[in-house]
Each structure stands twice: as C-alpha cells, then as structure tokens.
Design a protein around this ligand. Structure first.
Ligand code: BDR
Ligand code: CA
Length: 354
C-alpha cells in the first residue's frame, strides 16, 4: 500500500479524491489537511468529514489548515461549488468525529509523514498550495523523505507551443478556468505555488495534473447515472428508491457539478473530475501510460520547468486578449531529456479509470 497524505478543499471533485484515497486497496490514507478554497475553511473541513462519514472512514484524522493565502485575500468558488462548497445533495450525513485541533495541520503533516519510512509517502494536493508551502517552509528537508508530491493545478495550454487551448463562452481564447490565464488552485495563492515550483528539489519530485488532462476525464451523463448502479432504469421512482444513500450522494454531487459547469463554462458533455486524477496517478500510473512503478518513458516521461506568474492584481474575466493580468498563470517549458523537473502527464485511459 502507498501511504498518502491528502490536502483538499472539499468540493465536488475533491469528494472523489477523498473517496479514492480512502477506499482504494492500494492506498493507505494517513490523514487529511483541509484548506480554504472552494469555500471557507470551516465548510471545506466539514464537507471532508461528512464525506468520510458517508464512506465509513471517520477513522481518518482531519486537520484544518490555512484560512487564507500567504499574502492575499481569500477567494472562493460559489459559482461552481455553491455556498457550502458541496451544494446540491440531500444525502450528505452529519459528521460525528470532530476535526483534530490538538496540533496544526502543518505539524500533523510533519508528524504523520516522518513516521513513515523514507521514500514512501505521497503528498496529494488538490487545492491551493498554502498548506503545502507552509509545510516545506517549516521543514524543507522533508523533500528528501517523501516519494512525491502530486498536485492538481495549473493550465498550460498546448504543452509545446504554450498556446491557449480553451475557449470562453464568447469564443475568445483562454488557458485557465478562473481567469483567462489561470487555473483556480494556482490563482488563489500564486505565492504559495511559486514557493513549490521555484524549489528545484521539490519540483523534481512533483507531478502536476493540469486542466488539459482533467478535461479528458469528463463525468458524462452515462458516468453520472452509472453511480446509481441501476443501468438505464434510473428514471423510475420506485427503482430510484432502492438505490443506496451512498450511491445517491455521489450521483447528486456529480449532477450538481455538471449543472454548474454547463452554466458557467457552457461545457455540456459533463464536468471534468479534476481532483481524483492527482490520486490516481499515484495508485494506478499504468492508466496514464506509465508502468506500475510509476516510471514513465517517452512522451509520458517529459519533464518541465514550471514558472508561476505572481505579478499583478487578481483580475476578472474575458479572454486572454482582453485581460491584462497574467497573475496565477503556470508557464511550462519542456526540458531536454535527462533534466530534472516537474512531470506533467498528458494522456490517460479514461474508460479504465472510471
Ligand atoms: C480545481 O479547483 C477547484 O475548484 C476544484 O476542486 C479543483 O481542485 C480545478 O481547477
Ligand atoms: Ca479541489
């Protein structure tokens, strides 16, 4: 089993990262730190505990972390995740086990990670990088102790030309999902992201799951209804009543996420299920074109220098030609073979992964 520490801001797609890391037989989930992001910290922490309760894993300790970025005001994502951070379901149970406050999230990470043998633990970060930056600011030596750091974040466009790949609803060009330049997790605390990516030793141990990859992993209606486990008969009310609350919970999480993605991004095929991919690359690397040990060759083995743009104010919307601020942008430059840098997987076998 791979020991995993999960850092999240639960969130609709984070819920699947919690599910995967807590229930996959190849994973040993040591604990979870929470952070502001999709909603304020209090909410993301409660959502995390509720998901753990729903899946019968309240034994996993949850430590609340940062409430705000290192040097900016906190931003949240109610348009995508609702005011609670996990709107749209009536099947979320009341958590019973309290969050741990006997030590800080950073100290908990240090303690739980250090107690594992060297070279084994993966840190999986599926939110802004405030907690993770604070961890390595306090204990830089832990980079030598971990097996790797897997991050969901960033938008690099076309990996060779750095050209934008996404479109705005109006047809303009964009890289990111929060601003035309930036992906949400990097955007909300670019200074924290910069601490990670400008540290060469840490960058060399980092795998980055960017939007171009997560947009290959859409929760289509077929996938959404598949969570009910009753084939095509989902539209019959008596059959619906026979579906377990757990299945309905994850079904409703996906359908709410699908609704907001369609409204906000005009993406009607289904929402990208971003966060579980950062867990999956650790547990089932073969679905990403790597071997079972996580060793990647050819295109999958590519390494990048990643620079975070931290200049400027946070900006609004539009497309890249109308938005002057690139704050939160991730600029990835392909390195020659043999150089150390960030691994950015580019393909995955969607069918097998679902
Ligand atoms: C990321 O932003 C958050 O809203 C999601 O949970 C995911 O981690 C996608 O850009
Ligand atoms: Ca998240």
């Amino acid at each position: 089993q791979v020991p995993i520490w999960l850092d999240c801001d639960t969130g609709h797609d984070d819920a699947f990262a919690v599910l995967l890391s807590a229930q996959h037989p190849a994973a040993k989930l040591l604990g979870i730190s929470t952070v502001y992001g999709n909603a304020p910290l209090e909410r993301t922490t409660e959502n995390t505990r509720a998901i753990l309760k729903a899946i019968g894993r309240e034994d996993v300790p949850v430590f609340p972390g940062a409430q705000r970025p290192l040097s900016r005001e906190a931003a949240h994502a109610p348009d995508i995740h609702g005011e609670t951070g996990l709107d749209g379901t009536t099947f979320l149970p009341e958590p019973t086990v309290p969050a741990r406050t006997d030590m800080s999230a950073v100290d908990a990470m240090i303690q739980f990670i250090s107690s594992q043998p060297r070279g084994c633990v993966w840190i999986v970060a599926v939110a802004c990088l405030t907690n993770i930056a604070m961890l390595f600011a306090k204990r830089g030596d832990l980079v030598n102790h971990i097996a790797g750091l897997s991050i969901m974040g960033g938008a690099i466009g076309d990996r060779f030309t750095n050209a934008p790949m996404g479109k705005t609803k109006g047809g303009g060009e964009r890289f990111g999902n929060w601003t035309p330049w930036a992906e949400f997790n990097i955007y909300i605390d670019p200074e924290a992201a910069d601490i990670i990516f400008s540290n060469p030793a840490l960058a060399a141990k980092t795998t980055l799951i960017t939007l171009d990859l997560t947009h290959q992993f859409l929760a289509t209606p077929e996938i959404q209804y598949g969570f009910l486990g009753i084939g095509q008969s989902w539209n019959s009310e008596p059959t619906m009543r026979s579906v377990t609350p757990l299945r309905r919970l994850f079904f409703e999480i996906l359908t709410f996420f699908a609704k907001t993605y369609a409204e906000q991004f005009g993406l009607v095929a289904g929402p990208p299920n971003h966060d579980p991919l950062a867990v999956a690359i650790v547990l089932v690397p073969q679905f990403f074109g790597c071997n079972a040990l996580g060793e990647c060759s050819g295109d999958q083995g590519e390494r990048f220098h990643v620079k975070i743009i931290t200049d400027g104010a946070h900006s609004s919307s539009g497309d890249i030609t109308s938005d002057p601020s690139q704050c939160g942008r991730t600029v990835a430059t392909l390195l020659p073979p043999g150089y150390e840098g960030v691994r950015i997987p580019r393909g995955l076998n969607t069918k097998e992964l679902w």
